[in-house]
Ligand binder design. Structure first.
Ligand code: PLP
Length: 451
């Protein structure tokens, strides 16, 4: 029989465990526990196969910015599939959805970022970036300028290239990453690593690690520095105010390209179109994905400044994906950008949702387990601690307490994620204050049940 939403949950779970390998999962556990089967979604709520309504405090994987169930997105996809379901943009061909989306993105991007190279995901886009910055310097007559500096605990994707850019040691332990020529400096995580320093002192100290690394490698060998404006999957690390100006100064001084990975921060999550605007950076390249289509179709890309595009454009760039600028994905992304603009979603974030989320999460900081609140727009983290004043960590240091808390959230029909012992929230941008109240009620219950 056909596999449908109407099958008993246990049967779906058994088939899932038998045949479907999940990302970032201990797959053999699926047979014992069974994955939760999500059947549909509307607004900020998911429904599972048992009929539970789960508040999605993570917007999927930080991506469903406009919320679920927007029929306009499906209509656009259907129309585009009927008209032109696929064509590529290799070999001197193009099509309207890719042209229109590239233009629209560059209208929203900071000045000077006027060119887009499309991919289907953030990982692919960051692989593009590795090759693009190295090609740029080679074309400029500096073929030895190949090294890229990134940060520990950064997440830039899961392909071999982007996973190498990322600084997740548990990923590097599997499958031969990082590839040569990629280096990781420490992250500006004051709460976790700041010790006795003030946040401002610590921000400067961590930024200066970039300068030290450039001097160690030799300025003539460093192609680029890549970072998320606000580190997301690493635990929503909001840097001290002193951090980004110092990083920008160092990039300018040593003439290295700055890549801002906007895969999470882009398209409204920090209250501006891009996190670079919120944090005051001037990147040469921005990585985009996720919120570009609100996850309704897989699409990503690199937004590239005039200077880099000019140099790359003079050579044949031997790089691209079958689905670069995919017409259906591009049309759906365009509709997403229309909704974000016409419905003033960024205004909603700035004036309603982000202030409400902040106030609501602040009310959780009185909980004995919650050590602090880090928040920037619609992304936030609550580090859990056995002792607030000393910012102590739990003895296991394996995120066991965070894991338990996440499980308790899920049991209370709330999706929150944990990164180690930090609890993460990143809901759809269209969430209302009433829905934020529901989120907080469920989160508080989960915290009370975390032992
Ligand atoms: N960059 C950042 C900052 C991300 O958060 C992610 C995904 O979480 C990626 C890149 C990778 O994107 P994708 O999963 O679409 O390949």
């Amino acid at each position: 029989p056909a596999i449908t939403n109407h099958m008993p949950t246990a049967e779906l779970q058994a088939l899932d465990a038998a045949h479907h390998m999940h990302p970032f999962t201990t797959n053999n556990e699926l047979a014992e526990r069974g994955a939760r089967v999500i059947t549909r979604a509307e607004g900020v709520y998911l429904t599972d196969s048992e009929g539970n309504e789960i508040l999605d405090g993570m917007a999927g994987l930080w991506c469903v910015n406009i919320g679920y169930g927007r029929t306009e997105m499906a209509d656009v996809a259907a129309r585009q599939m009927m008209e032109l379901p696929y064509y590529n943009t290799f070999f001197m061909t193009t099509h309207v959805p890719a042209i229109a989306l590239a233009q629209e993105i560059t209208k929203l991007a900071p000045e000077g970022l006027n060119h887009v190279f499309f991919a289907s995901s953030g990982s692919e886009a960051n692989d593009t970036n590795i090759r693009m910055v190295r090609t740029y310097w080679a074309e400029k007559g500096h073929p030895e300028k190949t090294h890229i500096i990134s940060r520990k605990n950064a997440y830039h994707g899961s392909s071999v290239g982007s996973g190498s850019l990322g600084g997740m040691s548990y990923m590097h332990a599997q499958g031969g990453m990082p590839i040569p020529g990629i280096h990781h400096i420490n992250q500006p995580d004051w709460w976790g690593e700041g010790g006795e320093m003030t946040p401002e002192e610590f921000g400067i100290a961590r930024a200066r690690e970039l300068e030290e690394k450039i001097l160690e490698l030799g300025e003539e060998k460093v192609a680029a520095f890549i970072a998320e404006p606000v580190q997301g999957a690493g635990g929503v690390i909001v840097p001290p105010d002193s951090y980004w100006p110092e990083i920008q100064r160092i990039c300018d001084k040593y003439n290295i390209l700055l890549i801002a990975d906007e895969v999470i921060c882009g398209f409204g999550r920090t209250g501006n179109w891009f996190g670079s605007q919120t944090m005051g950076l001037r990147p040469h390249i921005m990585t985009i994905a996720k919120g570009l289509s609100s996850g309704y179709q897989p699409i990503g890309g690199s937004i590239v400044c005039d200077e880099v595009a000019e140099v790359i454009g003079a050579a044949e760039f031997n790089h691209g994906y079958t689905y670069s600028g995919h017409p259906v994905a591009a049309a759906v992304a365009m509709e997403n950008l229309r909704i974000l603009q016409e419905e003033n979603v960024l205004d909603h974030v700035r004036t309603v949702a982000a202030p409400a989320l902040k106030t609501a999460l602040e009310s959780l900081t009185g909980h004995p387990l919650v050590g602090d609140l880090a928040i920037e727009g619609m992304m936030a983290s609550l580090p859990l601690t056995p002792h607030k004043e000393s910012r102590a960590k739990f003895a296991t240091d394996k995120g066991t307490v965070g894991y338990i808390c996440r499980e308790r959230c899920f049991a209370n029909n709330l999706v929150m994620r944990h990164v180690g012992d930090r609890m993460i929230v990143s809901p759809p941008l269209i969430i209302t204050p009433e829905e934020i109240d529901v989120l907080i009620t469920r989160a508080r219950r989960a915290l009370n049940e975390t032992h």
